[in-house]
Design a binder for this molecule. Structure first.
Ligand code: GLU
Length: 440
């Protein structure tokens, strides 16, 4: 049974790129009847806010991606501290006193000599007396994890075998000068404590993975399976950023995108399978397969989301959309669903049938002739045909000449659902008034 987690920092709004990560993790947990954890990476007290955390929960709930447990890193500092001292005892975590400027100078020199800009570990040769002197000088240490000398390899669920040679990355800082653990330490401790079995995240984290694997081993944790998916790029070819807000879930919701339409889009974007509407999350779970995920960065295009949303609505059975329709019944939904881009437009059509509109009339005589041959009520879906047949006989008009003036008079618009379906909802009195050019 897989235990997965989605670990956003509550420093911005959820965007489509995050949701793809969340969705894959959610699916992997569900496929095995496992556990899906929502972990808020909020160690950065300055940038993390409760409002962003709440926004993330709301977006996840709206998408239907229910989580079994929630954790906040800001409540777990004790655990990070324990891990820290354990590593110190093992001699794997060592204090360093270089300032950012000193480190930058060191890197420039290394680059100038054609060497990789890897931290030279000089702090490890400081004597206790030198350390005391630095501290008396007011310097506070940051702490680095001593990486091993062996290559680290792992089998990525998406990228296949990945190998890291030693000596190419600096010993990572696990505890900052102010005592706050970095993401690397906090994340590994959480993954271990929570029994996480699969870490699936964006490709931007692949370079952290070798370090995390070493850290898990040093802390005695069970091995984790990793998967890194390519990041979405925006239609303009730029990366999506939660700070600039591109593709924010809340904006898409506001726009009228259906949650399942967005889930459907993200379930298939960047895979070898066609994008198609899903109406049940269970089907998304069943259809998901790592083997279909492409190695190329998929292009996120809001226009594609809109197109799929429309397609999704056209095919949406009443049951899956009933909440958004409120008092509208299933017959009415079936009538209008082929003509809406957003579910709320169903209400617009309801109002067109039941509330005032301004009819568009360019031939009053024709409209009057049509009104004269309206069949008596009660009306049903056969009324339209009987009526237009009578109008045709009366006026000699046919085709568009016949239908368009009636549509414009009855709805005020030149497009829309079948009038045969709308007519009974309007009723004789209203139809007569509209044909007479009255607002009705
Ligand atoms: N908070 C990290 C991020 O949003 C989590 C990365 C991870 O999944 O390990 O990038």
């Amino acid at each position: 049974m897989a235990i997965t987690r989605f670990a956003p920092s509550p420093t911005g709004r959820l965007h489509v790129g995050n949701v793809r990560t969340a969705l894959i993790n959610w699916v992997v947990a569900r496929q095995s009847g496992g556990t899906f954890i929502l972990r808020l990476d909020d160690t950065d007290a300055e940038r993390s806010t409760d409002a962003f955390a709440q926004g993330i929960r709301e977006d996840m709930a709206w998408l239907g991606l229910a989580w079994d447990k929630e954790a906040r890193q800001s409540e777990r500092f004790d655990r990070y501290d324990e891990a820290r001292w354990k590593l110190v005892e093992q001699g794997r975590l060592y204090p360093c006193y270089e300032t950012p400027q000193e480190l930058e100078t060191q890197r420039s020199l290394q680059r100038a000599r054609g060497m990789p800009p890897v931290y030279d570990r000089s702090a490890r040769s400081l004597t206790p007396a030198e350390r005391t002197a630095l501290e008396n000088d007011g310097r506070r240490p940051h702490w680095r994890f001593l990486l091993g000398n062996d290559p680290v390899g792992f089998e990525d669920l998406i990228r296949g075998p990945v190998a890291f040679e030693p000596g190419h990355v600096s010993d990572p800082v696990l505890v900052r000068e102010d005592g706050v653990p970095t993401y690397t330490l906090a994340s590994v401790v959480d993954d271990m404590d929570m029994g996480v079995t699969h870490v699936i995240r964006g490709e931007d984290h692949v370079s952290n993975t070798a370090v995390q694997i070493e850290l898990i081993a040093a802390l005695g944790g069970a091995p984790i399976t990793f998967g890194h998916h390519p990041l979405l790029t925006a239609a303009e070819g730029e990366g999506l950023s939660k700070r600039t807000g591109g593709g924010a879930v809340a904006d898409l919701r506001e726009e009228g995108i259906e949650p399942m339409a967005l889930v459907s889009y993200l379930a298939r974007l960047g895979t070898s399978l066609p994008i198609e509407p899903f109406y049940d999350l269970e089907d998304v779970v069943e259809a998901f397969d790592f083997a279909t995920i492409s190695r190329n960065p998929p292009r996120y295009d809001p226009a594609d989301v809109s197109t799929l949303n429309q397609k999704w609505l056209h095919g949406a059975p009443y049951e899956v959309i009933a909440d958004a329709l409120g008092s509208l019944d299933s017959a009415f939904w079936d009538l209008v669903r082929g003509n809406v881009k957003h579910a709320r437009e169903a209400h617009d059509w309801w109002r067109i049938c039941n509330e005032f509109i301004t009819p568009v009339l360019d031939d009053a005589a024709f409209a009057e002739a049509a009104a004269d041959v309206l069949p008596p009520e009660p009306w049903d879906e056969t009324t339209w045909k009987a009526w237009t047949q009578a109008v045709k006989e009366e006026t000699g008009r046919k085709g568009k000449e016949l239908f368009m003036p009636l549509r414009l008079a009855l709805t005020g618009l030149d497009h829309g659902p079948e009038l045969a379906g709308l007519l009974p909802y309007m009723g004789m009195e209203r139809v007569k008034a509209r044909l007479a050019g009255q607002e009705a």
